[in-house]
Every structure is written in C-alpha cells, then in structure tokens.
Design a protein around this ligand. Structure first.
Ligand SMILES: *Cc1c(COP(=O)(O)O)cnc(C)c1O
Length: 331
C-alpha cells in the first residue's frame, strides 16, 4: 500500500524529479474526467470523481501527506476543522482505510443537513470525534490531544502547505496533458473554491509551469483572516521553494492568481441567497447534492464570472465530492 511517488505516472515528476523518492499513498483515480457545459465555453474538471470512497479536492493531497506521516512512523493523525469539515470526512475515509487512526477536534459552525451528513460519515469511517465548541477551546483541546496522542501527526485546518500543494501542481499538469490530447481547449480562466488556498495556489503554479496565461480565480469561502493575499502569497512562495529543491529548473514563474471576495457573506459556513441558488445549480449540473459552504458559493461565482468574461473559455474546478455520500439520506 505504501510505495514511493516514482512508482506512479505523475506529471509533476517530469518537472521536479526528486519528488519521486517521497513516500506516497496512491488513492486517486487519475486523470479525473473533464466535461463541457454551455456548448464549449464552460468546462468542468471532475475532481468529485477522484475516488469512489469519497472524492473531492483533499484526496490528491492525502497521497503526499499520508506518505509523509508514514515516513515519519506516525500511526495516528489529528486534524482540526468545523463540524461539517470535508477535510475531516475525507481524512476519515482515506487515512482510516490506509491503516491510520484519525482523531478530529471539531469547532462549531452553522448547522445544515450537510453538517449532519459529514458527522455521520466521519463516524461511519471509524474516526474519533471531539466536539470542542468555539475557536479558543478548539485550540486548547488540540494541544491536549496532541500531548495525549504521542507521535501523532497534526494536520491543521485546511491542510494546505508546500507538500500538500504539490498535489494540485500535479493536477494542473494532468489538465495540461488533457489539453494536449485534445480533450478540451486551454482555459483562459479557472474558477475554484478557496478555503486555505492550497488548491488554488497549486493550480496557479501548475499553469505557470505550463507557460499558460490562464488566470486562476480563488473564490474565498472562509474568513479573511485565514485566507487572504498574504496567506496565499506565503503558500505560493513555500511551494515554489519546495519544487526548486525537488529539482524544478530555476526560472521566473508567472503566477496569475486572483481572489474573489464577493460571495463569502457572513463567513465560513454561513449561507447566502447566492449560495443557495448556486447549490441548486450545482445539483442540477452534477446530479448530486450541493451545499452552501463550498460548492454553492463557488458555483455562484462561476455564473457571475462567465457573464463578466463573455469571450473566455472558463473551467470550473470542482472540489466537492459527489461520491461516497449518503445521497438523499440527510435531505
Ligand atoms: C477543502 C475544500 C475546499 C478548500 O480547499 P483549499 O485547498 O483549502 O483552498 C474547497 N471545496 C471543498 C469542497 C473542500 O472540501
């Protein structure tokens, strides 16, 4: 189950070959499909289908992060997120199946049917859940848990970081291969939900490595303190440095990353009328339940951006799983 990255056909290894020796846990079905909407002007990258167990944008990240935890000899992973955190659900699904124990310290967030579904899935996948309450108590509970669970690896909220972000540099190079094969035209603009920002940063760096003029629009779905130009800038720099260390040829990389702050509303997890409408549109396009925290806001942004840029080819990079979810059970 644990091998090294070099055992797999990952396009990022062609540009940063020293990554090949990293411990790697293969979880993703790649490449994920691309499909068109609105004729040929809007396309979707289906990272919801990256795994039948539970898809979405965390799966590619776990391949590297679980590998790293394994290389460090860890058997327990502690993570932190909201009650309805997809990171918690995804980690429970994938790390649990890879032999890790998963403990989640979860903070309160607005209650929705999606939160119910997430908690039920976390339990179904065998994770241990600690409900901590507010942010301060969550921080204290996390420290306590780390002290109790000797040798555990902590996966912070959002799970972004240089190594995690390599996953979406690789995903962008995967899209590059799909464009090369003629499966879709090269996108002028990519719209993606932005929490901690690792997905958007990885995609923007990948586009720069490809030499594409593509703009990545990070639609902010979490609070400004956790996700802003400074945090994204720091992630970009850290990821670039890691790639250079791992053998990426030193050169100027023209990273075109923009943030869209218009759809966040009151904050992470809070619904807005636009997010409700976006979630419904998501449902009609994907034939699976949407929700208001991630996909609703990102899809609302997509519709606006498509109107604002009528001559561009726009790609929606879907981050929300449509697999492994108890469709219909939770409303
Ligand atoms: C985690 C998550 C995001 C945010 O991804 P980041 O890389 O942290 O910005 C967006 N959408 C969904 C569905 C997620 O689970």
């Amino acid at each position: 189950m644990f091998g090294c990255a070099g055992d797999h056909d990952l396009p990022v290894l062609e540009v940063a070959p020293r990554l090949a020796t990293r411990t790697f846990v293969p979880l993703a079905a790649r490449p994920t499909p691309v499909t068109s909407l609105l004729g040929e002007r809007v396309w979707i990258k289906r990272d919801d289908l990256v795994s039948p167990r539970y898809g979405g944008n965390k799966v590619r990240r776990w391949e590297w992060l679980l590998g790293d935890a394994r290389a460090k000899g860890a058997t327990t992973l502690v993570t932190v997120g909201g009650l309805g955190s997809t990171q918690m659900t995804s980690l429970s699904a994938h790390a649990g199946a890879s032999g890790f124990r998963v403990v989640g310290v979860l903070f309160d967030q607005p209650w929705t049917p999606f939160v119910d579904e997430a908690l039920a899935l976390d339990e179904h996948f065998g994770a241990k859940i600690l409900r901590a309450g507010g942010y301060v108590r969550t921080a204290i509970e996390t420290l306590r848990t780390m002290r109790r669970e000797r040798g555990a690896v902590l996966i912070p909220p959002g799970a972004s970081g240089p190594l995690a972000n390599v996953a979406y540099v690789d995903a962008m190079l995967e899209l590059g291969r799909q464009v090369e094969r003629g499966e879709l035209p090269r996108p002028d603009r990519i719209v993606v939900a932005c929490g901690s920002g690792g997905t958007a940063v990885g995609l923007a760096l990948g586009a720069a490595i490809l030499g594409w003029p593509t703009v990545v629009v990070a639609v902010r779905i979490t609070d400004l303190i956790a996700s802003n130009p400074l945090t994204l800038g720091a992630l970009t720099l850290g990821t670039k440095r890691l790639l250079f260390r791992e053998g990426l040829e030193k050169r100027r990389l023209d990273v075109r990353l923009e943030m869209d702050h218009r759809f966040i509303g009151k904050g992470y997890g809070y619904s807005t009328p636009a997010a409700e409408a976006g979630a419904k549109r998501f449902e009609s396009v994907f034939g699976a339940a949407g929700e208001v925290t991630y996909s609703g806001k990102a899809f609302a942004a997509l519709e606006r951006i498509v109107e604002e840029h009528p001559s561009e080819m726009i790609l929606f990079w879907n981050t929300l799983s449509t697999t492994g979810r108890a469709q219909g059970m939770f409303g």
